[in-house]
Design a protein around this ligand. Structure first.
Ligand code: DGL
Length: 259
């Protein structure tokens, strides 16, 4: 495995680019290949078996391009499939899980909210973690419809505002002081969320933690890119590339491919 090989990332769609941004900011010298499986989004409504199958397909696409490490930039795929991926492929995997630990540790009201997909909230991995915080009340909310709207480019539409208001109002009433974004699509909703929640509620996502972990694992395996050549960032989608291009500011190499 060469150090110049790319970091591979995949998500059910465009949301994992929030994780890509955090990684690219911390590791600008690394080549990256991002895979948006938008054709099969949302993963959150699929069975565990389906999520495993799609995650294997995405991993194989990235391994064919010799990626040296795979970042599963999707909470739903991580919580349902990372164990199977690690068992099947001989490459380091970085997963992303909802940041309930820092939220629970810092909460003063001992009440936190989590917005995530049904697939994540129903997963064994998430439930095992959530049960370990016995002193914190965790208000769980499935973000039905949010990923579909984001994939359509509707980040701040009236429909988005209506859905978010209905999901967040009960959490505000329950006195949460931390809101955990448990889906890599949701960081794009922070401006819309801030219009609804009071300013004392802090919003947490997992982007920076995943970036730090990616760096640590590359260091540990002696895989950091040492080349002096300017790094390249490639993005692949199996759907219309317009929304992905828009979210990346129209400045990146985005390819439509049938995977
Ligand atoms: N972005 C994904 C996550 O972090 C999945 C959204 C979906 O496809 O349901 O959970």
């Amino acid at each position: 495995m060469s150090n110049n090989n790319a970091i591979g990332l995949f998500d059910s769609g465009i949301g994992g680019t929030s994780i890509w941004s955090a990684i690219h900011q911390l590791l600008p010298n690394e080549n990256t290949i991002y895979l948006a499986d938008s054709k099969n989004a949302p993963y959150g409504k699929r069975s565990k078996e389906e999520i495993i199958k799609l995650s294997c397909k995405n991993t194989e696409f990235l391994l064919e391009q010799n990626c040296k490490i795979i970042v599963v930039a999707c909470n739903t795929a991580t919580t349902n499939a990372i164990k199977e991926l690690r068992a099947k492929y001989d490459v380091p995997f970085i997963g992303i899980e909802p940041a309930i630990k820092p939220a629970a540790n810092q909460s003063e009201t001992q009440t936190i909210g989590i917005l995530a997909t049904k697939g994540t909230l129903n997963s064994e991995l998430f439930n095992r973690q959530a049960e370990s915080f016995t002193n914190t009340k965790i208000i769980e909310q499935v973000g039905n419809g949010l990923v579909e709207l984001i994939e359509n480019g509707e980040i701040d539409s009236p429909e988005m505002n209506m859905l978010l208001t209905s999901y967040l109002k009960p959490m505000i009433a329950a006195n949460i002081d931390y809101l955990v974004l448990g889906c890599s699509h949701y960081p794009y909703l922070v401006p819309a969320i801030k219009k609804i929640i009071p300013s004392h509620i802090k919003i947490i996502d997992s982007g920076e933690a995943v970036a730090r972990q990616t760096k640590a694992i590359l260091e540990k395996n002696n895989l950091l890119n040492t080349s002096k050549i300017k790094s390249t960032q490639l993005f692949y989608t199996n759907s219309d590339s317009d929304v992905l291009k828009k979210i990346l500011g129209f400045k990146k190499n985005v390819f439509e491919e049938n995977f």
